[in-house]
Design a protein around this ligand. Structure first.
Ligand code: NAD
Ligand code: UD1
Length: 336
């Protein structure tokens, strides 16, 4: 059985469907601090024949975690649970260190007690910090610029230390670039609380009339059209990447840290234009000043994942736009 922490969240829910469809039995642990209970029903609906159990618990609740490990024969962990808002992490660093690092330590202790030695971890491209060169390769210097990013880096180091102490402990750190899109059914997708911080959920909410106008943060960056460039990756490709990473841990006697991106960058204006074309109407936007802390451009060198894991992103911007729009129109208020 696979323990999926944070499995009711955005990336976790899509990955649970992919894992279940690949034949894995799942136990999800989530404290619902950034997700809704109804996600579970949607996951089960998309994988009706699978065993998908759920435990409402916080990773830092050691007694609850112990009872999950005691009650299930867990073979490996896919670890999504964490807080992820960069701005909030600057305001509340203790919360981020406690939740992300403290939660991971509690998880690793329970794994150790129960002899579980395989983990796939959600890291982020944010561990690189300001680019010294692009695309980022995995050996690029690691200088995250926010408390959130530093918790991700420290967890990567913790996993390396743990495997140093136990040669049979193996991990994959997956450094995600910018995940967007939704399951093609329109049943699961991204449901941010309040006004979205990230480009894509903001854009779909402007298109649906929930928000008035997209603010494009900066049009004077040293990029082809002056707007920020990112490596947007379809969440279904990302989900497939986790299935591949888990198989790698089962089959290969080593750990790996790999970028999960498409390998190419798209500007804010390219995304807005593609999205407007796809939905058949203009999306109102205006240029405003740069957002503090933003990097002009970054994208992945995705060749290590291709070479070592045999994984590549297959879906393109039109798929991301179409699937995000289907999710938005079918669920205008997100999950009930
Ligand atoms: P999300 O907030 O939708 O999902 C995280 C889930 O973890 C939520 O359901 C939340 O309720 C749960 N959770 C948080 N703390 C917990 C705790 N202490 N105990 C139990 N459950 C807890 O976020 P997401 O976008 O799906 O991201 C998943 C992971 O991927 C996170 O670790 C995030 O840092 C990382 N990541 C996300 C992105 C992105 O752009 N979405 C990019 C890079 C990395
Ligand atoms: C954010 C996080 C980063 C995380 C990444 C992946 C911050 C500072 N960084 O990065 O840690 O790993 O998401 O999800 O939050 N944009 C607009 N208008 C908007 C929103 C965004 O123009 O309303 C622009 C941004 O300036 C940027 C691009 O769109 O150029 C993408 O922004 P966003 O979706 O927030 O992702 P990142 O900034 O890459």
């Amino acid at each position: 059985m696979i323990l999926v922490t944070g499995g009711l969240g955005y990336i976790g829910s899509h990955t649970c469907v992919a894992l279940a469809q690949a034949g894995y039995r799942l136990i999800i642990v989530d404290n619902l601090c950034n997700s809704k209970p109804s996600v579970l029903g949607r996951i089960r609906e998309l994988a009706p024949d699978a065993t998908i159990e759920f435990r409402h618990a916080d990773l830092r609740d050691r007694a609850a975690l112990e009872s999950v490990f005691a009650a299930h024969a867990i073979g490996a962990v896919v670890h999504f649970a964490g807080l992820k808002a960069v701005g909030e992490s600057v305001e509340k660093p203790l919360l981020y260190w406690d939740n992300n690092v403290g939660g991971t330590i509690a998880l690793l202790e329970a794994m150790q007690r129960h002899g579980v030695r395989r983990i796939v971890f959600s890291s982020s491209a944010t561990v690189y910090g300001a680019p010294e060169y692009l695309p980022y390769r995995e050996e690029h210097p690691l200088r995250p610029e926010s408390p959130y990013g530093r918790t991700k880096l420290v967890i990567e180091q913790l996993l390396a230390d743990q495997s140093g102490s136990d040669p049979d402990f193996r991990y994959t750190c997956l450094r995600y670039f910018n995940p967007i899109g939704a399951h093609p059914s329109g049943r699961i997708g991204e449901d941010p609380r309040g006004i979205p911080n990230n480009l894509f959920p903001y854009l779909t909410q402007v298109a649906s009339g929930r928000l008035a106008k997209l603010r494009v943060f900066g049009n004077d960056y040293p990029t082809p059209d002056g707007t920020g460039v990112r490596d947007y990756i379809h969440v279904m490709d990302l989900a497939a990447g986790h299935v591949t990473a888990l198989r790698y841990l089962e089959e290969r006697e080593r750990s790996i840290t790999a970028n999960l991106g498409t390998g190419s960058g798209l500007s804010v204006l390219q995304v807005v234009t593609a999205f407007a074309r796809l939905i058949g109407r203009e999306v109102p936007y205006e240029f405003v000043s740069r957002r503090a802390g933003d990097i002009a451009a970054f994208w992945a060198d995705a060749s290590l994942a291709a070479r070592e894991l045999g994984w590549r992103a297959e879906l393109g911007l039109d798929d991301m736009c179409r699937d995000a729009w289907r999710w938005q129109t079918q669920n205008p208020d997100g999950y009930a």
